[in-house]
Design a protein around this ligand. Sequence first.
Ligand code: ADP
Ligand code: ASP
Ligand code: MG
Length: 427
Amino acid sequence: MSAAPAAPAASSAPVVVQKYGGTSVGDVERLQRVARRIADTHRAGNRVLAVVSAMGDTTDDLVGMAAAVNGRPPQRELDILLTSGERIAMSLLAMAVEALGVPARSFTGSQAGIITDAVHGKARIVDVTPQRVRDALDEGRVVIVAGFQGVSRDTKDITTLGRGGSDTTAVAMAAALDADVCEIHTDVDGVYTADPRLVPDARKLDRLSFEEMLELAAQGAKVLQVRSVEFGRNHGVRIHVRSSFNGSEGTWIVPQEDMVEDAIISGVAHDTSEAKVTVVGVPDRPGVAAGLFSALAGATINVDMIVQNVSSAGRTDISFTVPRGEVDEARELLAPRLGEIGAEDLVVDPAVAKVSLVGAGMKTHPGVAARMFTALSAAGVNIQMISTSTIRVSVVVADADVATAVRAVHDEFALAGDAVVAEQGAG
Ligand code: ADP
Ligand code: ASP
Ligand code: MG
């Protein structure tokens, strides 16, 4: 028996979007606890839209099963398969909320109006048409939306938004509904100065600018998917990252102008999801790099760091990093062109990690990179590649060194203790 619709929440009631990650709904008991939080938020007079991820390791398990039946699963089929994880969670969660006497309705991404481009596995949201969701909210129901998925307007096929994509579903729904807040409920208390699983004395940040969160997320701090931060910044969504297990205040992601103080360094991120590719013995002449990277771009392979060595005897090496999952494709694409390019060899090293230091105050404080490199060398960590932006310094190191490197950098900038704060208006 389903709960009778409650008196419709006034259409002026605040809209709260809450996203619950996989660990937060890891088993039936946890899912019921999430249902209670949702029901409580509804009863407190809010209109609630909850976005839910697949339970526990479901997505990984589905990826594993796909790989077992086909070494290269067709992307279209893989996407449909993966969205089923979130569909299980959404319907169970709606049932659990109804069991508490609060009317609820679940929707797939497609039903909720999440329209994407047609790039399977990493589709971008191009539009949100949330009429059914609005109607359900106007009927006084809690709405549950399956995260991480949408539908392509062109191909009509179901797409996924990339790993961690439920964050982006939540922020996109919050933008479309002009929600008061987008709460990202996860398994840590907020955004920390480093991954608290790697650095136990990492400190929780109360506030962080979109700019800094964008860098941290792009450099591997998977607490928020990078596209969710982009979306939030572009649409002015108030994002609150907090624990799904307790009620404590988490981390607010805010516009730069709302930062009370500028930390020189906000945090350290690490990423072990990339592989390094080196094209050896490339002739040092115009057009070679253009040819290499156009080929990769044509296959929508995301190239991250690029380093070209100084040439000797008219030849040079070009190294770059790509997602590990795309490295075979990159190799297959480039290997047949080596002759054409005039390169000698192609070497792949999957055992690398990227460690990045991020902070808006870096712009006005020289010497940060030097301190970071000195700390790494003191810890015995060899640097293979370097790249920088105005608010970031990144290095590629051996995979085996990642924990040592992150801790050394975190220690060097005293991120565990009191914040390193730049004076207001300095620079
Ligand atoms: P969810 O399933 O809720 O989406 P994720 O596993 O995607 O959760 O993201 C939360 C995880 O992100 C944390 O458990 C933590 O290990 C990791 N993480 C990495 N960097 C950070 C950071 N700087 N602050 C907080 N968590 C981080
Ligand atoms: N279930 C998907 C993943 O594991 C999406 C998400 O959790 O955000 O990546
Ligand atoms: Mg996540």
